[in-house]
Design a protein around this ligand. Structure first.
Ligand code: SF4
Length: 536
């Protein structure tokens, strides 16, 4: 094991949240940062999200996932931030260590295993081996995981052909592998909707998207451009109740469900059961924050502080004590006269931090965000709070572990009100503007948009609908793909033909993000550009 080092801030996760934290902290003058990422590249899930729609809020540009990721990756490279790829954080542990933590009464120790590849073809370098780090702040930006079949309690056999939406997205977009030829998608989260379109354009027959709720969990713009555009049925109040076939799935049973909104329960209507043949079931039923490192930490503490303390006149606590998850101190204290505190008491002076205040969560590790732009913003916000924590040693941050439950409860309230709004608008006869995540509903009088583009979009949608094409093409003489998109929209009806044409094309390496791959693609004046580097 390498010797223990000290860093001001440890960031766990190199996706959009973690990169934004590092970038913003550096700009605030906090440069003693280290970021750990388990993959061999930065960006989290973004490199496989080759569709557009990213960056409209943060950069006022319509970018693909790889392009969005490249903005932050380049910033971290330019700032020479210490990024360790192929590195897995095994454990976070808390240990009192006043002497090594500057003015802080507590210090945090992380144990980190770095598993490096020697042939990394990028500008970041992980020296490998195991290292231990003491730090004043930890930011957990480890994203989320997809719910899998076990999370969804689907009975039946365990055949091949069942994938989560993200896994199937990686197959198609990164590895040029089709998961199947006839698919049913369970769950209408955004990744499921986007995969419905992607699979359709790549030649798979997507039979339906079944959604157990009475409203879709995805953005309205994605329902419009991923399902309605391709006549893919969205079956609300429906779920998969049985899986047929072995060793490969051959069909699913779908039943309607009845919701009891008052008691938040539902009943499966077995009398509505119907069998739909398919060789693939894609699960897109939501995401779970990945914060197991914190869960282990939480359970490792006793329920109270105890021990001998002395408090000096500057209100700093020192002494031998052990911390707990409830942030309370109790015990017999002896205080010197100048501190003007005397007697037995329980409770922690408000200026003294709890160990939880130095651990921050952001992005999808805190709660699942609908937009990557919001994830990045969460990273920037938490960086400001970490900065304050480092300067003042106090924190009331909504991103700290102390307040994580409050932040999640606030988010649940927002989601509840959005759901009610969706239900209220469900039967309006409008055109959904797909130009930004607001997904405004434009009525027959061209009203309803939050900006003038809504009316323009609705007019064009009625006359000649157009879409940006996003896909990927093969690298010449390599077993690899590079993602591409048209710079401007092309007629919607040309998309299937355009994807077929892309399958015949190759591009010689190297390729840089933004390179012109083909001019006059499908139509005069349409440029096809690369949206990712090859090699990385
Ligand atoms: S009308 Fe404007 S704000 Fe509304 S979805 Fe369209 S572009 Fe976005």
């Amino acid at each position: 094991m390498n010797s223990c080092v000290f860093k001001d801030v440890v960031i766990i996760g190199g996706g959009p949240a973690g990169m934004a934290v590092a970038d913003r902290l550096f700009d605030l003058g906090i440069k003693d940062i280290i970021l750990f990422e388990k993959e061999s590249y930065l960006g989290g899930v973004l490199p496989q999200c080759i569709h557009d729609g990213f960056g409209l809020i943060k950069f006022a540009e319509n970018l693909s996932g790889p392009e969005y990721s490249a903005i932050y990756t380049n910033r971290l490279k330019e700032k020479n931030i210490d990024v360790r790829l192929c590195s897995t954080v095994m454990e976070i542990s808390y240990k009192k260590s006043p002497a090594t933590a500057g003015d802080f009464p507590v210090a945090f120790h992380t144990s980190v295993s770095c598993l490096s590849k020697n042939d990394l073809s990028n500008d970041f370098y992980a020296p490998g081996g195991t290292m231990k780090i003491k730090t004043r702040a930890i930011v957990l930006a480890s994203g989320c995981r997809e719910k899998n079949r076990s999370n969804m309690y689907i009975p039946g056999t365990r055949p091949d052909g069942i994938f989560t939406a993200g896994t199937s997205q990686a197959f198609v977009n990164l590895h040029d592998l089709m998961p199947g030829s006839e698919a049913v998608i369970l769950g209408s989260g955004d990744i499921g909707l986007i995969m419905a379109r992607r699979l359709t354009l790549e030649g798979c027959h997507v039979k339906c998207v079944a959604e157990i709720d009475s409203v879709s969990g995805g953005l309205k713009r994605n329902i419009k451009q991923c399902l309605s555009d391709y006549d893919i049925p969205l079956l609300l109040n429906s779920t998969v109740t049985k899986i047929f076939g072995f060793p490969r799935i051959t069909a699913v049973e779908i039943c309607n469900v009845e919701h009891d909104e008052v008691n938040s329960t539902f009943t499966i209507r077995k009398d509505t059961a119907r069998k739909i043949s398919c060789d693939t079931l894609i699960l897109s039923a939501g995401l779970l924050p990945e914060n197991s490192l914190i869960q282990n930490l939480d359970s490792g503490f006793s329920s109270s502080f105890s021990g001998d303390f002395s408090i000096d006149p500057s209100s700093k606590i020192s002494g031998d004590f052990s911390g707990d998850s409830s942030s309370k101190i109790s015990g017999d204290f002896s205080i010197d006269p100048s501190s003007k505190i005397s007697g037995d008491f329980s409770g922690y002076p408000s200026t003294v931090p709890s160990w939880k205040d130095g651990i921050f969560l952001c992005g999808n590790a805190l709660f699942v965000h609908g937009l990557v732009d919001d994830v990045s913003q969460s990273g920037e916000n938490v960086a400001e709070d970490v900065f304050e924590w480092l300067q003042k040693g106090v924190s009331n941050s909504r991103y700290s572990l102390s307040r994580a439950d409050d932040a999640r409860a606030e988010n649940m309230e927002i989601l509840r009100s959005k759901r009610l709004e969706t239900i209220a608008n469900a039967h309006k006869n409008t055109i959904t503007c797909i130009l930004c995540p607001n997904s405004c509903e434009i009525d027959e009088n061209l009203k309803g948009g939050k900006c003038p583009k809504g009316a323009e979009y609705a007019l064009e949608e009625m006359r000649s609908p157009k879409r940006i094409l996003t896909s990927s093409i093969k690298i010449k003489d390599e077993d690899a793909l590079v993602s591409v998109r048209t710079k401007t929209p092309i007629p919607k009806e040309m998309l299937p033909e355009a994807v077929k044409k892309l399958r015949q094309m190759t591009v010689p390496p190297p390729v840089k993000c933004g390179d012109l791959i083909c001019s006059d693609f499908m139509l005069p004046g349409i440029d096809l550009i690369a949206t990712r580097n090859f090699p990385l």
